[in-house]
Ligand binder design. Structure first.
Ligand SMILES: [Zn+2]
Length: 258
């Protein structure tokens, strides 16, 4: 593949007319009290960015997206009749779960992988990614939440995590994370922990930090909504059966929450 990224051409928009939009929204008017978001649903890179100089194998790995997360989120949306917003592009183009001022917003490297297409990008290039990907995705979530102002809403952000990081095996099958308000997360942890065959992370494998996370602090807590981030270990959701199993477990846990 051609790893050359032509820095001389500055497109006026990031996405060609025949490329998928920045986000997808499913089940907009679903009756559920849950609203689901999936920030790392896709490994797609806009054509004009030439795979960011990475191979397809690199983009397919966990640095490019959250494998399996979109499938679980879609099934959960169906099971619960819950609205779901999914990001349409790779986190390496711009990470929709990072504040724009974060150094990880457009990462020059991620988990040891250098991203050629993100090295020293200029303000125009950055603005294109912000305006054509980040803002449309988050505006869709804002609009959805605004439309439900008079309804009970629990915001659940769906992610997946790699079984091994920095040579460390991670023991949790699933984890629930919270920021300052743990109301929703604790209920979810209690409900998931009723299954004795799994290990449920309590603010593991990641704790939420407003400097590095976006959905829960901004769409959740800043709006006064009970909110949590769900992380599912990727080896459990590699197959259709695995996705169905985990979507089923999470559905049963969510149905216990009031
Ligand atoms: Zn993620």
């Amino acid at each position: 593949m051609d790893n050359e990224i032509n820095k001389n051409i500055s497109p006026i928009k990031l996405l060609a007319d025949d490329e998928p939009p920045a986000f997808e929204i499913v089940n907009t008017t679903g009756s559920s009290q849950f609203v689901l978001v999936c920030d790392h649903a896709s490994k797609r890179v806009p054509l004009c960015l030439n795979n960011l100089g990475l191979t397809d194998e690199q983009l397919d790995d966990h640095v490019g997206w959250d494998p399996g997360a979109a499938e679980v989120a879609r099934l959960l949306s169906k099971n619960l009749n819950a609205p779901l917003v999914l990001s349409g592009y790779s986190r390496l183009v711009i990470d929709c779960n990072r504040p724009l001022q974060s150094v990880q917003s457009i990462p020059e490297q991620s988990a040891g992988v250098m991203v050629p297409g993100n090295q020293k990008i200029n303000e125009e290039e950055r603005a294109l990614r912000v305006n054509d990907l980040f803002h449309p995705y988050h505006n869709a979530i804002t609009e959805l939440l605004e439309s439900r102002k008079n309804r009970t809403t629990f915001l659940l952000s769906i992610h997946s995590f790699t079984p091994v990081l920095n040579n460390q095996q991670r023991p949790w099958n699933i984890g629930v994370s919270f920021w300052r308000d743990n109301y929703f997360a604790k209920k979810l942890i209690t409900a998931l922990s009723q299954s004795k065959d799994i290990v449920v992370g309590d603010n593991e494998p990641y704790a939420i930090d407003a400097e590095f996370d976006y959905a829960v602090p901004v769409h959740g807590e800043a709006r006064g909504l009970p909110s949590a981030m769900l992380e599912i270990r990727q080896d459990g959701i590699r197959s259709v059966e695995g996705v169905a199993n985990w979507a089923g477990r999470i559905t049963q846990a969510c149905l216990q929450i009031k």
